[in-house]
Design a binder for this molecule. Structure first.
Ligand code: SF4
Ligand code: SF4
Length: 435
């Protein structure tokens, strides 16, 4: 047996298992409301994703089996699907009820796994969130309906209310004001949502006709925070915080500008509609497609919040947070360059997580959690140095001050993908010295 090695107890598989359990809890919550249809939706999506993962592991070189990651992806696809219960008096964009919903969720799962997880991954990193991008691709035949405000608004095909005007609990009348109560009654089947507390109850406790995973905002918040606490070093919760804070602030400003009846009403809508709250906790934090640095993550969250409110307000596309997410994902490589710590020759001892001994060490591709950048005692960026070293890019290695590395090994210790960063950084340092 090989000699045991010490690492932090977190591995990529463990991280995926925790995320899967969190999503499973939300799937059960949605089952309690939507019934068996939401459960079948999840089974179809997860089944397709895992099946494709197994198939690729058998036929493609360099595509290791990663069942838990595929299962997490499948559950996210199912939970960000819209189930139209009760149906609204509007044209359907994607099939909102079974069996059409099962076929569509299988299609999104297939597109996401093949195009955005497997093929996109060949390039070494993923640029867009696979579930969000796959849903947008599946919407291509309907993009004119979804993205053209004239088709989407109350006078158009989809009969969506316009938020670009004053909103109130009830019909304000005459001036094109948006009746929040009217919308809730039509969309969320709530004939009683006409007061502050009833609207709050509805948006927090149980909604209908929206993203399956966001049916209960309170469940998403509790499960999401529990996951953040358990995996706080590895999950980019700062994106969630900055996103939700931006959405709330921007909505308050718009409420003031448009003279809403109640200034909080608009914020409640934008924050707790299923597409925003579920995305905030379970999609916006996807490590692979978001910035590595804390400042980059903050800017990412702010940009995501502003775009989401703009799309929901001026395009009446209430699931518009996925479009906002894909746009911000594309900007991630630029945001990676903002907020890197300044390398220092001084040694600062980091607080390390608990150690665990492993006899067999399974390695993965970098999941871009950024943990290695936070524990380096010289504030280096080990993963960026490794990437530069792999490309033999001496200039970047020099700019990233690889020569400050003292080989402490903290970066390798915390890495959940078990990449030997220490060895790469020391080799990069040797390369610099050899110049
Ligand atoms: S081994 Fe080098 S790069 Fe890694 S944490 Fe220590 S000093 Fe930083
Ligand atoms: S190399 Fe760094 S960013 Fe990548 S998985 Fe390991 S700790 Fe996370």
């Amino acid at each position: 047996m090989s000699k045991p090695k010490e690492f932090s107890s977190m591995t990529k598989d463990k991280l995926m298992t925790y995320t899967f359990i969190a999503l499973l809890i939300l799937a059960v919550v949605s089952y309690l409301s939507f019934g068996v249809e939401s459960l079948i939706l999840a089974l179809v999506s997860v089944g397709v994703a895992v099946g494709i993962d197994i198939l690729f592991s058998k036929v493609a070189v360099d595509s290791p089996l990663n069942i838990m990651s595929a299962a997490v992806f499948g559950l996210i696809v199912a939970l960000c699907y819209t189930l139209g219960k009760p149906t609204m008096a509007s044209v359907e964009v994607m099939p909102l009820i079974a069996p059409g919903s099962y076929i569509f969720v299988a299609l999104i799962s297939t597109i996401g796994m093949v195009l955005f997880k497997k093929i996109q991954g060949i390039g070494g990193r993923k640029f867009v969130n696979p579930a969000a991008a796959a849903k947008l691709v599946a919407m291509i035949p309907f993009l004119n309906t979804v993205l053209l405000p004239s088709d989407h608004m109350v006078t158009g095909n989809l009969q969506m209310p316009a938020l670009a005007g004053p909103i109130g609990y009830d019909v304000i009348g005459g001036n094109g004001a948006f009746s929040f109560a009217g919308y809730l009654q039509a969309c969320f089947a709530s004939p009683t949502a006409t007061t502050y507390s009833s609207v709050y109850d509805l948006m927090l406790v149980q909604k209908w006709h929206g993203w399956v995973g966001g049916i209960s905002s309170i469940a998403v918040i509790i499960v999401g925070i529990a996951l953040f606490v358990i995996a706080r070093r590895y999950i980019k919760w700062r994106i969630t915080v900055s996103y939700l804070a931006t959405v709330a602030l921007f909505a308050l400003v718009l409420g003031f500008v448009y003279g809403d009846g109640d200034p909080l009403l608009r914020a409640i809508f934008h924050l707790f509609i299923g597409s925003s709250i579920f995305l905030a906790f379970f999609m916006a934090t996807d490590p692979a497609t978001t910035p590595l640095t804390y400042l980059g993550q903050g800017i990412f969250g702010v940009g995501l919040g502003i775009l989401t409110v703009l799309i929901q307000t001026y395009m009446s596309f209430f699931g518009g947070s996925i479009l906002a997410l894909v746009i911000m994902n594309v900007l991630s490589p630029k945001l990676d360059k903002i907020g890197k710590l300044k390398p220092s020759t001084e040694t600062k001892e980091p607080k390390l997580p608990k150690a665990k001994q492993f006899t067999s060490v399974k390695t993965y591709d970098c999941i871009r959690c950024g943990a290695c950048m936070r524990v380096c005692c010289h504030k280096l960026s080990p993963i960026l140095i490794k990437q530069a070293f792999d490309k033999q890019d001496v200039n970047t290695i020099s700019k990233l001050s690889a020569d400050y590395c003292t080989g402490c090994g903290h970066c390798t210790f915390v890495c959940p993908a078990r990449i030997d960063l220490r060895a790469s950084v020391l080799r990069a340092k040797a390369m610099l010295r050899g110049q």
